[in-house]
Design a protein around this ligand. Structure first.
Ligand code: NAP
Length: 270
């Protein structure tokens, strides 16, 4: 029995040659002209996927497409503010028009317009945070479903945060919105499991991007933040993109409804 098992896993390794796990797949990644989203678009492209990049600003989209194309990747791009329904529709239409289908959605956009304790959050900021971080994730997943169903299977990823497990004191409402994505992942994964559509989530720790600049730019902030990370360093966007590539590949074919934490050891229990 052991021998048979060994033979099977050996055969599987041959099939999943590094660099081609996502050959033939089409991926749509939101908020992907910078930071974690850009690294995800790049990595999925490197693994063989055709990728649609997007963000709010045309110039950022053009720059990202140019860079990734020059790196030899098959990408296209379109402006998409995730809270704009016309933009979301155009995003999926772009994927269909250019690549003929969609297998993978990575919902990565988030905002945090206010810093402070959760109950000090203004109602306006609360609404904006929940609209972009939670409602748009649900809408993107709902709207991409007909396309993924046509492929008889696929994968949806929500980008949450370690703050969803352990709220950051000054990112109160943002942290709660990221906790909601764990619930969305669980609920949607149960609904879609029988259709071979997997729904998973990634919870990054503190990653060196513009979004987290307040945590790593000044020496004082850097020292405080690093003291909370057992591995003693900030994450790099590539620390997250590899997790995403794994989750959307066949190497994760039996994983759905899960959240993978990539936080350098920051605690992740509710
Ligand atoms: P980032 O480096 O600041 O990049 C943000 C990207 O999002 C840019 O491409 C930006 O381009 C785009 N964007 C912003 N608002 C958008 C919107 N409403 N619709 C579409 N695109 C939008 O941010 P990041 O750190 O990579 O964050 C990405 C995700 O990771 C977020 O969900 C964040 O919550 C999560 N995360 C980050 C960290 C961290 O430490 N960095 C930790 C945990 C979780 P435009 O300006 O052109 O729109």
């Amino acid at each position: 029995m052991l021998k048979v098992f060994g033979m099977m896993s050996g055969a599987r390794n041959l099939c999943s040659k590094a660099g081609s796990r996502l050959q033939g797949k089409v991926a749509v990644v939101t908020a992907s002209t910078d930071g974690i989203g850009y690294a995800i678009a790049e990595r999925l492209g490197q693994e063989g996927a055709k990728v649609v990049v997007s963000s709010r600003k045309d110039a950022n989209v053009a720059k990202a497409v140019d860079q990734l194309t020059k790196a030899g990747l098959d990408v296209t791009g379109i402006k998409c503010h995730v809270a704009n329904s016309t933009d979301r529709k155009a995003l999926f239409e772009k994927a269909i028009e250019k690549y003929g289908g969609i297998d993978i959605l990575v919902s990565n956009a988030a905002v945090n317009p206010e810093v402070g304790n959760v109950l000090d959050t203004s109602e306006t900021a609360w609404d904006k945070i929940f609209e972009v971080n939670v409602k748009c994730s649900y809408l993107l997943a709902k709207e991409v479903l007909p396309f993924i169903r046509q492929r008889k299977g696929g994968s949806i990823i929500f980008v949450s945060s370690i703050a969803g497990f352990q709220p950051f004191s000054l990112l109160g409402a943002y942290s709660v919105s990221k906790t909601a994505l764990f619930g969305l992942t669980k609920a949607a994964s149960q609904d879609l499991a029988s259709e071979n559509i997997r729904v998973n989530c990634i919870a990054p720790g503190i990653v060196k991007t513009k979004f987290a600049a307040a945590l790593h730019e000044s020496d004082a902030a850097k020292e405080t933040a690093l003291a909370q990370i057992p591995m003693g360093r900030f994450g790099d966007p590539k620390d997250i993109s590899g997790v995403c590539a794994f989750l959307v590949s066949d190497d994760a074919s039996f994983i759905t409804g899960e959240t993978i934490v990539a936080s350098g050891g920051m605690p992740s229990r509710l």
